[in-house]
Every structure is written in structure tokens, then in C-alpha cells.
Design a protein around this ligand. Structure first.
Ligand SMILES: [Zn+2]
Length: 177
């Protein structure tokens, strides 16, 4: 069988390998070598090195995956924020702080109910009591819904922040490896 001369990729020692050998251990430095062939050359590569490179690649792939996850999370949260801002502007929710909105709604409702009882004490027709009561109730419901919306948004926000913190920790751990 024909033998080929190669050099150890680690220590440079000349090695003789059989034509069809794929893996060889260097007699001088005990490196595990893979014999590689191209059309016109033959060389060796340390097996341990290949494994280390593969490990590194898998690791950086993991880093990229986590980074992508964080980016996706940020993007989705950004879209959600933009959407809820648009809804807040056009929807029935009172602008600004929802709790303040509720306080204003209660105040407005009290004024409405006051008007209703005031007009009934003068013996005004029923419509003058029904309209303010209806308005007061509507404003109260809108105020309560505003607070509920705000809480839903806060829950979503804390969930987002929690998930993001988890991913950031994961990323840090991967980078420290
Ligand atoms: Zn060697």
C-alpha cells in the first residue's frame, strides 16, 4: 500500500500515513490529526481544534438566537406601544393617567347626579334627571374601563420586561462562556 508524507499540523513533524487513512495520531506530540486531501495537496488538521471551532460556532449561534429573540421582543413591544397610543388617542379612554381619568369621571358623575337631584327637587320633567344620570353612568364606565386598560397594559409591560431580563441574563451567560 502506498504511504503519503504529511506534516503534523501541530508540531510540524513529518508523518507517514497510508493512502486511505483519515485519522492519525502524531507520534511526536500525540495530537489527533485528521488527514485532509485536496486535488493536489495533502495536509493534516488537529481534531481537537476542529471540535473547539465547532463548539465556538454553536455557541455564537446560540448568542445570535438569543439576540434575535430580544430584538423580536423589542419590536413586538414597540408595535404594541404604538398601537395602544393610537387607540388611546381615538378611543373612548380618557387621555393621560387612567387613574386621574377615573377620578375625573367620578367627579363628573357626582356633578351629573347632583344636577339630576337638583332638577327633580324643582319638579322638572323626568328627562332632566335621566340625561344627567345617563351621562354620569357613561363617564363612570369609561373611567373604570380606562383603569382596566391601563392595568392590562402594565401587566403586558411587566411581562415584557421580565422576559427581556431573562433573555439578557441568558445572553450574558453565553458570552461569559
Ligand atoms: Zn505532532
Amino acid at each position: 500500500m502506498e504511504t503519503l508524507s504529511v506534516r503534523c499540523n501541530h508540531c510540524g513533524a513529518p508523518l507517514q500515513v497510508a493512502e486511505n487513512t483519515r485519522f492519525v495520531t502524531c507520534q511526536f506530540c500525540q495530537s489527533s490529526l485528521e488527514v485532509k486531501r485536496t486535488d493536489n495537496s495533502i495536509f493534516t488538521e488537529e481534531v481537537a481544534k476542529i471540535a473547539a471551532n465547532t463548539g465556538k460556532m454553536a455557541e455564537s449561534l446560540e448568542v445570535i438566537t438569543v439576540q434575535n429573540e430580544i430584538e423580536r421582543l423589542d419590536r413586538e413591544w414597540g408595535i404594541e406601544q404604538a398601537e395602544s397610543m393610537v387607540q388611546g388617542r381615538n378611543g373612548p379612554r380618557p387621555p393621560g393617567n387612567p387613574t386621574f381619568g377615573l377620578a375625573f369621571a367620578i367627579f363628573f358623575a357626582v356633578v351629573c347626579f347632583g344636577m339630576a337631584s337638583f332638577s327633580s327637587s324643582f319638579g322638572a320633567p323626568g328627562i332632566f334627571q335621566l340625561v344627567p344620570i345617563g351621562m354620569g353612568l357613561f363617564v363612570l364606565v369609561a373611567g373604570v374601563m380606562g383603569v382596566a386598560n391601563g392595568q392590562t397594559r402594565e401587566t403586558a409591560h411587566s411581562h415584557y420586561q421580565q422576559r427581556r431580563a431573562e433573555l439578557t441574563r441568558e445572553l450574558e451567560a453565553l458570552k461569559q462562556k
